[in-house]
Design a protein around this ligand. Structure first.
Ligand code: IPD
Ligand code: CA
Ligand code: CA
Ligand code: CA
Length: 266
């Protein structure tokens, strides 16, 4: 079983390298950009083609496995039984379009609802993050150290400025108090990478009220391996069946933010 998982993880990394080469080539040609639910919800032909690339590879190697992908070329699942691949072909599409950097491929394998391995690849920086459940987390082949407990006064917190303005999801005045108490704030526009920054200690927390399983499926497995806590904004476990908010942070900071600053309106 463990051997199989290692083989599958290596195979997935090969597919990611292939997808990355395809994305790099796309920088030379014009993108087709469409909008989805609203004017800033963007999708390109590359998001779709990269998702199809992964799905084709998985279907050939593992025809009986289920696949959940953001762009909808995979399966609709209602249960977590069996093997489920969860894929975000490009996380941070807006960055991909505007900056050609700060975007990632996120890919995870779950068996019966439990994370088996997760891979996040920062395409422009060529940084490969992965974890196998129970075997630790790695960045570019080097084991990532366990993340220690911390304090909000010393924390760099990633939060998008949207959540400091009046909105229907969070009490924005409490978020303003959080921002004042933290050491500093950042926002990168790529959930999977922001999770990797918490896992590698570059950030102490990242919170957002609106994510989907493909955004956090790989990051949650990574977090678990280094002692970082990843939950919904209500402190509940994340699920690959449901969209939810996300709070990922080192111990201490997670508890403080959850208890004192995150007030969900819904
Ligand atoms: C988005 C990015 C963004 C986050 C959004 C996600 P996408 O993913 O991770 O940082 O704030 O909620 O939907 O659409 O670029 O894959
Ligand atoms: Ca998207
Ligand atoms: Ca995403
Ligand atoms: Ca995406």
């Amino acid at each position: 079983m463990m051997e199989n998982v290692t083989v599958m993880r290596e195979q997935a990394m090969q597919w990611i390298k292939e997808a990355s080469a395809y994305i790099h080539d796309s920088f030379q040609s014009a993108l087709t950009i469409d909008t989805k639910s609203n004017a800033s919800d963007l999708v390109t032909n590359i998001d779709q083609e990269v998702e199809k690339l992964f799905i084709n590879r998985i279907r050939v190697a593992y025809p009986e496995h289920a696949i959940v992908g953001e762009e909808g070329f995979g399966d609709e699942i209602e249960r977590t039984d069996g093997y489920v691949w969860v894929i975000d072909p490009i996380d941070g599409t807006m960055n991909f379009i505007h900056q050609q950097r700060n975007f990632a491929i996120s890919l995870a394998l779950y068996i019966d609802g439990k994370g088996v391995f997760g891979i996040v690849y920062d395409v422009a920086a060529n940084d490969m993050y992965y974890a196998i459940s129970g075997e630790g987390a790695y960045m570019n082949g080097t084991k990532i150290a366990r993340v220690e407990e911390g304090y909000l006064e010393q924390a760099v917190v990633s939060v998008n400025a949207t959540w400091l303005t009046e909105n229907r999801r969070l009490d924005h005045e409490k978020i303003a108090q959080l921002v004042r108490r933290a050491r500093g704030t950042r926002s990168y526009g790529c959930a999977a990478l922001e999770m990797m920054y918490v896992v590698t200690g570059k950030l102490d927390a990242y919170m957002t009220p609106r994510l989907a399983p493909w955004d956090f499926a790989a990051g949650a497995i990574m977090a678990n391996e280094v002692g970082v806590i990843a939950t919904t904004l209500k402190g509940e476990p994340l699920s690959i069946l449901h969209k939810s908010g996300l709070l990922i942070a080192r111990r201490g900071v997670h508890e403080d933010m959850l208890t004192n600053y995150i007030v969900c309106k819904e």
